[in-house]
Ligand binder design. Structure first.
Ligand SMILES: Nc1ncnc2c1ncn2[C@@H]1O[C@H](COP(=O)(O)OP(=O)(O)O)[C@@H](O)[C@H]1O
Ligand SMILES: [Mg+2]
Length: 263
């Protein structure tokens, strides 16, 4: 079982889109059994993926962090996609984070570690994909702590590029407590052909302290449309530029990670 966390402290860089597409492609094209963990209390990925008619409030990631989970299927929910399940997030995660902050508690990685160990031992999933919020919260740090590979989506604006060194330094600090974590690479998203676009990617490739994926994800209106129709863009429009780019990227990622791709 391999765990991918999608991380960047910047908002709007394509974390949620990348996490949802990665999970969707692993489950549908690669026929893997995939668990998605929504670690962002905004719950954007949850509202995109949770199968309709389910109400998971009180039985998602917040419950997993707050209580020792004896029977973890209680917090795992179905999506509309075969082989893809979700531990959802919502307002209860925001409430949990706020109460811990007010109590001045430090993140406790053990609960998340035990949960992941139980899931791993039962051999029910091939991959876990975690959508992180744009800040270091207890849920963000606890889920990064159980991941193997970190993927950093980034835009081509100057702030994305200049902020990279700081982000990588922070991930290095987290690695002191969790040495298994590796940065798989930076994924350029929302890319559009232009001289600025070409120059920014070139600068990133030259200056980034971590690998930049060869594949870039093009900006495609279908992605915005998919957020309205609440489905992965790969389901809404499988042959749109972004859907094709995400499939190419997943093949690149799995190739780099040495994982068989059954697509
Ligand atoms: N390749 C893309 N093309 C067009 N719009 C995109 C693309 N990727 C993301 N977006 C849009 O950009 C916004 C931010 O993306 P999101 O994945 O939510 O970022 P984050 O999770 O980092 O905040 C969303 O409205 C999303 O629909
Ligand atoms: Mg997001």
């Amino acid at each position: 079982m391999r765990t991918f966390a999608i991380v960047n402290r910047k908002g709007g860089v394509g974390k949620t889109t990348t996490a949802v597409e990665l999970a969707f492609i692993l489950a549908t094209s690669c026929k893997q059994r995939v668990l998605f963990i929504d670690a962002d209390s905004q719950g954007n990925a949850t509202s995109m993926m949770l199968a309709s008619g389910q109400d998971p409030s009180g039985a998602g990631l917040a419950a997993a962090l707050e209580y020792p989970i004896e029977y973890y299927p209680d917090i795992i929910w179905r999506t509309d996609y075969e082989g893809l399940d979700i531990i959802p997030a919502g307002e209860d995660l925001a409430d949990y984070e706020l109460s811990r902050l007010l109590l001045g508690e430090k993140p406790n990685f053990d609960r998340m570690r035990r949960l992941m160990e139980a899931i791993k031992e039962d051999n029910v999933y091939d991959s876990v994909v975690i959508d992180c919020p744009p800040y270091y919260s207890i849920s963000c740090l606890s889920t990064i702590a159980v991941s193997d590979s970190i993927i950093i989506p980034a835009g081509i604006d100057a702030y994305s590029t200049t902020g990279m060194a700081g982000l990588v330094r922070q991930i290095d600090n987290i690695r002191q407590a969790c040495p298994q974590i590796r940065v798989a690479g930076v994924l350029v998203t929302q890319w559009r052909r232009s001289s600025i676009g070409e120059d920014a990617v070139q600068t990133l490739r030259e200056e980034s302290p971590v690998p930049i994926f060869r594949t870039v994800i093009r900006r495609t209106d279908k992605v915005v449309e998919s957020s309205w129709s609440r489905e992965p863009v790969g389901a809404l429009s499988p042959f749109s530029a972004a859907s094709r780019d995400y499939r190419t990227w997943v093949a690149e990622l799995l190739g780099r990670e040495g994982v068989a791709n059954n697509a």
